[in-house]
Design a protein around this ligand. Sequence first.
Ligand SMILES: Cc1cc2nc3c(=O)[nH]c(=O)nc-3n(C[C@H](O)[C@H](O)[C@H](O)COP(=O)(O)OP(=O)(O)OC[C@H]3O[C@@H](n4cnc5c(N)ncnc54)[C@H](O)[C@@H]3O)c2cc1C
Length: 393
Amino acid sequence: MKQYDVVVVGGGIHGAGVLQAAAAAGHSTLLIERLGLASGTSSRSSKLIHGGLRYLESGQFALVRESLRERAIHLRIAAELVELKPFFIPVYRDTRRRPWQLKLGLWMYALLGGFDASTRFGAVPKREWPSLDGLKTQGLEAVIRYHDAQTDDALLTRAVVQSALSLGAELAMPASFTRATLTEDAVAVVYDQNGSSMECTARVLVNAAGPWAPHVGGAIQPAIPIPDVDLVQGAHIVLPFPVTAGIYYVESPTDGRAVFVMPWHGATLIGTTETPYRGEPDKVHPLPEEEEYLLAVARHYFPDFGHLTREHITQRFAGLRVLPAATQAAFDRSRETIFTADREPKPRVLGIYGGKLTGWRAAAAHVLERISVSLPARPRRAATDQLILRRPL
Ligand SMILES: Cc1cc2nc3c(=O)[nH]c(=O)nc-3n(C[C@H](O)[C@H](O)[C@H](O)COP(=O)(O)OP(=O)(O)OC[C@H]3O[C@@H](n4cnc5c(N)ncnc54)[C@H](O)[C@@H]3O)c2cc1C
């Protein structure tokens, strides 16, 4: 039976990141992915590598600082995949956040980002408003411009796996984790591949199965702690009329939530929503009312989109956020990643719940730090903040 230092379940961005970090640290490592790389949440995000300006309002300063640091690292190591873009926040007479509040927030954003060139911000002069994709000017008082980054989440995930494979990592795909049994210092892992039941052992099993993580965790014997999480659906729609100047960060006319209107492959991507989800993660899909909610944003801010209906939507997708269980609105809940070990100080299983696309490398580094006590010392092959990520073929 094959023996690995680390076996990872789930080929989303977190599984990809842990695979790369483990291989870079010199460990033998296998990724088990059921369908295809980034087939879950990691192809259904808003595709932003960002500090998360709005998290300042809920006081998540450490998250914003880490995300801005990761954004800077992406711009250096993944220049083929991550691009800095102008973001525009239009402020109308009735917009909840006033220009001074936005400028204060952006000043803090710049501070947490170390005041580097990418954190510059300011008001767009009125004479330039006509270049803003037909943005509604009635009642418009100011447009604030700052910068954040956009990527292709699925390509980024594949690029990280490609990097891991070049360091000697292995991939079982399509292959579905079915169960695992813990022994004193190892894990016996069983998975299905091509209709056959396969077995291997791991010093540590990393559960990076995104919204399926509670299910994967529940298939481990003896039972391990599984955090109490909620699944919250987020939908996006694509409209065949492109915005090109940059990414618009607007308040929904329905409930004031922040929504992004983004250029995407010659069209416009609009998202997202927050709808509590209780079904099977496999069955998530955008609801008609979510599509109407997002269309209302397009129609409200871009009079040229005024005639658009659900029939004009060319693409739609929904993903699931994994958030700490709570009664408060999803929008206000912590976006910090939850890491759970089966035991301390020598974990055999480490689960990753929630988190951000932006933070995958930092999350993977954290996982490696937590599990290093359970792993043999190996000669390091590389540092993940130095490995250049190439656009996958
Ligand atoms: C609507 C929405 C918008 C978002 N926008 C952003 C954003 O703009 N920027 C940002 O930084 N973050 C964003 N996020 C967060 C980010 O997308 C997620 O944190 C990240 O993609 C989660 O990745 P993951 O690897 O944990 O899970 P996933 O990508 O879901 O990967 C889990 C994988 O596990 C596999 N799997 C499941 N069960 C098994 C099994 N039994 N055997 C083998 N494999 C299995 C699945 O097939 C899947 O590929 C957004 C999230 C949502 C929902």
